[in-house]
Design a binder for this molecule. Structure first.
Ligand code: FES
Length: 154
């Protein structure tokens, strides 16, 4: 966090850096909290409601804390053709949450993303930094079970 804070310090004051600052916070914390909104507003001497407006305008910013495991289901062209909507459906069914939602236990979030860059493995999903490809229902469920079994491990 120290380097993030240093970078934020370098950015503050110049309003053209607000988006850059928000991006930094999101990379570090995974979302933009109410506290971050207030801090950015203060750092750039602007009303919090204006920062909130920027955050809600850009789809890249998330206002809710993501789950411990972020499941990114690729919906690029190759994956879509190979059945990514079905993959998303299986996962949603299993976890009881939809796209852009987080499970009540805070363990899983699901998001639909653009090409993950490994189209030859389509359909593909990423859980945190781990890529899983050539998904079918059985394989997808098996992977999910591994994460459900080991919720305490970081
Ligand atoms: S389209 Fe899914 S990895 Fe490229």
């Amino acid at each position: 966090m120290e380097s993030t804070l240093q970078k934020l310090d370098e950015l503050k004051g110049d309003r053209s850096n607000v988006i850059k600052a928000l991006q930094l916070i999101q990379v570090h914390e995974g979302f933009i909290s109410d506290t971050s909104i207030r801090e950015v507003a203060e750092a750039f001497s602007m009303p919090a409601v204006e920062v909130e407006g920027i955050v809600s305008f850009y789809a890249q910013f998330k206002r809710n804390q993501p789950g411990k495991y972020m499941i990114s289901v690729c919906d690029g062209t190759a994956c879509h053709i190979k059945g990514s909507p079905q993959v998303l459906h299986w996962i949603s069914d299993e976890l009881g949450i939809g796209d852009e939602e987080t499970s009540d236990d805070g363990l899983f979030s699901i998001e639909r993303v653009a090409c993950l860059g490994c189209c030859s493995l389509a359909p593909v999903m990423k859980i945190n930094d781990e890529i899983y490809g050539q998904l079918n229902r059985k394989k997808t469920m098996k992977i999910l079970k591994q994460y459900q079994k080991e919720p305490a491990n970081d």
